[in-house]
Write a protein that binds this ligand. Structure first.
Ligand SMILES: *[C@@H]1O[C@H](CO)[C@@H](O)[C@H](O)[C@H]1NC(C)=O
Ligand SMILES: *[C@@H]1O[C@H](CO)[C@@H](O)[C@H](O)[C@H]1NC(C)=O
Ligand SMILES: *[C@@H]1O[C@H](CO)[C@@H](O)[C@H](O)[C@H]1NC(C)=O
Ligand SMILES: *[C@@H]1O[C@H](CO)[C@@H](O)[C@H](O)[C@H]1NC(C)=O
Ligand SMILES: *[C@@H]1O[C@H](CO)[C@@H](O)[C@H](O)[C@H]1NC(C)=O
Ligand SMILES: *[C@@H]1O[C@H](CO)[C@@H](O)[C@H](O)[C@H]1NC(C)=O
Ligand SMILES: *[C@@H]1O[C@H](CO)[C@@H](O)[C@H](O)[C@H]1NC(C)=O
Ligand SMILES: *[C@@H]1O[C@H](CO)[C@@H](O)[C@H](O)[C@H]1NC(C)=O
Length: 388
């Protein structure tokens, strides 16, 4: 093992294969024999130059602590963060104690994709902390590294005001281009509009008109915004005082809310928001990735984040959705259509989209749909928490 790695790791060497807990004998050596990863460079927010060693020797169970955060990152970590060009994070939720050792996937980001490699891993809740273990290494050649969730407000480069105008044009609040087309709105649905922003000139942009005033801050499903893979802001909009901040744009691919990503600088100009998009993900032969505006029918959650009801399904909206607090959308069937059964088939049978966006819990004329959140329970990556 390279000496630098050794220096970063604190080995816990209790010799015990079973302990007594609550009167029952639990064979839980993984809760006592593990490697602690606490170096600050392991934080998902650490974005200094990539110099640190691979985790190829990390064969033991491991836990996070200290500046690395006390959990593994559970949403997409950008390349060149966490001290590596191939950051590793866990897909799925953390278990409770009674679930014991559970299987999850470790995802590895690279080249603006959130999960280029994945391997199975295990995780266990040891009551006051978690331990993890990779079942195999993603590849002997990649210099991957497992990343901690970090500590909010510390080492948070994504949160930090960069305070510099990347200005080819001076003040971004007075000199910007507009993105205003109706087909750029998150509530615009189309099977065959496949526009791409790969060649959008690098400058500051303001969303206006039918595109909506800001970018949506929650997952936008495929085939909206005049493209196959809509780009949405994975993070909060800044306040005026924060000046220019860095955020992540996620692009949806099928049911994956954050398959590709890019960086964006955002500034709150008090009455409106401006965006300067970073390097475009150059990943697919047929480009259909596009930055979205919220459109006209955005909902706001309790934090004031704007999200999308996307009720304009084509060819004909058969249900009427309204925004409710707590990410809930209440949908009502507009009319009973002969030959078409209740809610489930009407959206899903036709275009498959509703399946991805609505969790129909009651099959009646009135049902609630917790948009996206059930998918997010699996694909936690889309929650902006880590980017707050
Ligand atoms: C570290 O990053 C800075 C800024 O991105 C760059 O100018 C510098 O050359 C990098 N240093 C190394 C050793 O890569
Ligand atoms: C800790 O676990 C590793 C491998 O998982 C094993 O090789 C080692 O012997 C264990 N150490 C103790 C003290 O049990
Ligand atoms: C984390 O660090 C604290 C303080 O140093 C220590 O008490 C605790 O046991 C550590 N937890 C783990 C899981 O290593
Ligand atoms: C572990 O599981 C318990 C419930 O079993 C849960 O309350 C707790 O939040 C979990 N995590 C930690 C770090 O204790
Ligand atoms: C940001 O820039 C403004 C004006 O240029 C300056 O007053 C302020 O102190 C800067 N803030 C930081 C954190 O550098
Ligand atoms: C812009 O910043 C102000 C305060 O600085 C805040 O009240 C407002 O909500 C921000 N706009 C958005 C869209 O977040
Ligand atoms: C949808 O529901 C809202 C609120 O219940 C109502 O105001 C609106 O007219 C309905 N739209 C249609 C097309 O029925
Ligand atoms: C829908 O949500 C309910 C309650 O939130 C949950 O029990 C059910 O498993 C979900 N169904 C699907 C298909 O996700």
């Amino acid at each position: 093992m390279p000496p630098q790695t050794k220096a970063l790791l604190a080995f816990v060497t209790f010799i015990s294969s079973e302990i007594i807990a609550g009167g029952s004998i639990i064979a839980d050596s993984e809760c006592v024999n593990f490697t602690t990863l606490s170096d600050k460079s392991r934080s998902r927010f650490f974005s200094k130059n990539v110099t640190i060693d691979s985790d190829i020797y990390l064969k033991n169970w491991f836990a996070f602590n200290g500046s690395a955060g006390d959990l593994i990152a559970t949403s997409c970590v950008e390349s060149n963060h966490c001290g590596t060009s191939v950051p590793g994070w866990m897909l799925g939720r953390h278990p409770s104690v009674v679930e014991g050792v559970v299987r999850r996937f470790a995802c590895f980001s690279q080249k603006q994709q959130c999960c280029v490699y994945s391997v199975s891993m295990r995780v266990r809740n040891c009551s006051s902390f978690y331990v993890y273990k990779l079942d195999s290494m993603p590849s002997s050649s990649v210099s991957f590294r497992m990343c901690g969730a970090g500590i909010k407000g510390v080492l948070s480069s994504v949160e930090k005001a960069i305070n510099k105008s990347s200005g080819n044009s001076g003040d971004e609040c007075s000199s910007y281009q507009s993105l205003e087309g109706r087909d750029r709105a998150a509530d615009y649905f189309s099977y065959n509009t496949m526009k791409c922003d790969a060649n959008l000139p690098r400058t500051w942009y303001r969303f206006t008109g039918p595109a909506g005033a800001v970018m949506p801050t929650h997952c936008v499903p495929k085939l909206h915004c005049g493209t196959l893979s809509p780009g949405w802001l994975n993070g909060k909009h800044p306040t005026v005082e924060e000046r220019v901040v860095e955020r992540m744009v996620c692009f949806t691919n099928n049911d994956d809310c954050c398959f590709w990503y890019s960086e964006v600088r955002v500034r709150n100009c008090s009455d409106f928001m401006v965006y300067n998009f970073g390097e475009f993900p150059a990943s697919q032969p047929f480009c259909s990735l596009r930055y979205c505006g919220v459109g006209k029918t955005g909902c706001k959650d309790k934090h004031g984040n704007v999200f999308e009801v996307h009720q304009t399904w084509s060819p004909n909206p058969l249900i009427n959705c309204t925004c409710l607090p707590g990410f809930k959308v209440e949908c009502k069937k507009l009319k009973v259509v002969a030959g078409i059964a209740l809610a489930m088939p009407l959206g899903m049978g036709r275009n498959g989209l509703a399946a991805a966006s609505l969790n129909v819990s009651v099959l009646t004329n009135k049902f609630t749909a917790s948009i996206f959140l059930d998918r997010l329970a699996l694909m936690k990556m889309a929650l902006p928490g880590a980017w707050h």
